[in-house]
Design a binder for this molecule. Structure first.
Ligand code: FEO
Length: 391
């Protein structure tokens, strides 16, 4: 990637990973990702914020050489995960007087994951500032965006918030700043759903604290910089709020057609009565798209056949993911069909135990749907409609 200047003496020196297709060996990356790092040349001190994925460390070093960086005072580790700190051990060898600036938790995790010597670390506390001369870094300790070690750094002179994982988006781009805001909204929402949504309540508090800062630019560690910052801050206010939309999301699998017929019947009744529905056939659907839909959905209905003794594995996987990302979805239902037995409903309820959603009465039948089944689905639809009207 080219070296681009965010503001005067603040350089983007990270890497675009155009070809990466999976993050954490699970999260799909349809448009790659980036590992952003920023070099700040103050009048007295030089700081590097984040140290990118070790697979790309040569690119980071090349950028530093091209900028003729012979000395780094501070390597700021906003977060330990290897995509942001993986190159720190190599940087500490290249810059023997550099100090790693991190949280207390960060120091512990940097030692455990990357073998960083605590003697090379400076632990920062909440609201502490670090002067670089004509530029300042002001730190805000923000556990759980994304790990317990996370913090943000604000440069008041340039009104930039370096937010690491928070406010990020997974896509590679040659643009330093967001140019296509519609695309940013889609990809940032997908990213929020998969990575940040479990920490919604913490983010609400951080958003309140950020209101005290004058922020022009948000420079996350994945995806382009966002200017105006209010674009992503406003989206996060909506996504982290308790508000849901009049939307039912129905991921489903159907082996012999029964579940599909049930799903489409329920969907048709809901749509005809003014409820928006999103269907996902799990044999082809993308997990990131499903997670993104759960950012707004008021109800989640799992359409699941029984396979051997329990839920079809594709549906079990989605239930597990929904449980993990903890959406604000208010109602959860299960519909489906079994052949001769099994514990599908019980297993799905166990898999979604951490979801706060109210459980709706399942419609789970043996064999093909009949008139009685469709009556039960009509009744379920009426319950959903009434509950949606209450909210
Ligand atoms: Fe982008 Fe939690 O690492």
């Amino acid at each position: 990637m080219a070296i681009l200047e965010v503001t005067s003496d603040v350089y983007s020196v990270g890497s675009q990973d155009w070809n990466r297709t999976l993050f954490d060996a699970f999260i799909g990356l349809p448009k790659g990702t980036s590992y952003n790092a920023h070099l700040i040349r103050g009048s007295e001190k030089t700081a590097l914020l984040n140290a990118i994925d070790p697979d790309k460390e040569e690119e980071l070093i090349t950028h530093l050489i091209r900028l003729k960086v012979s000395h780094i005072d501070y390597i700021v580790a906003l977060h330990t995960e290897q995509d942001h700190s993986g190159a720190i051990p190599m940087l500490l060898e290249l810059f023997p007087s550099a100090v790693v600036v991190c949280t207390e938790s960060g120091m512990d995790l940097l030692g455990r994951h990357l073998g960083v010597d605590p003697q090379r670390c400076k632990v920062i506390s909440d609201n502490e500032t670090l002067s670089l001369g004509n530029k300042t870094l002001q730190f805000m300790i923000t556990p759980w965006v994304h790990w317990p070690d996370s913090m943000l750094a604000y440069c008041p002179e340039d009104k930039i918030l370096f937010s690491c994982d928070l406010f990020g988006s997974h896509y590679a781009t040659s643009d330093l700043f967001v140019t296509d805001f519609a695309e940013e909204k889609v990809l940032a929402k997908r990213y929020f759903a998969e990575i940040m949504m479990p920490f919604r309540s913490s983010i609400v508090e951080y958003l309140k604290r950020l209101e005290a800062l004058e922020i022009d630019i948000i420079a996350p560690s994945h995806g382009p910089c966002v200017k105006p910052a209010s674009f992503i801050l406003d989206l996060y206010r909506v996504w982290t709020s308790d508000e849901t939309e009049n939307l039912v999301v129905i991921p489903y699998v159907s082996m012999h057609g029964s579940v599909k017929r049930m799903v489409h019947h329920l969907s048709d009744v809901l749509v005809e009565q003014g409820v928006a529905v999103q269907l996902f056939d799990l044999t082809t659907a993308d997990t990131g798209d499903i997670a993104a839909s759960l950012v707004d959905a008021r109800t989640l209905i799992l359409g699941v056949p029984t396979m051997l003794f329990g839920p079809h594995p594709l549906a079990a996987s989605v239930a597990f993911v929904a449980n993990m990302v903890r959406p604000k979805t208010k109602y959860l239902g299960i519909i489906g069909s079994y052949g001769w037995g099994g514990r599908t409903v019980e297993v799905l309820l166990e898999l979604t135990a951490m979801m706060q959603a109210e459980r709706l009465e399942p419609v789970y039948i043996q064999g093909a749907p009949d008139g009685e089944t469709y009556d039960a689905l009509d009744a379920l639809a009426q319950v959903i409609i009434e509950k949606h009207h209450e909210n």
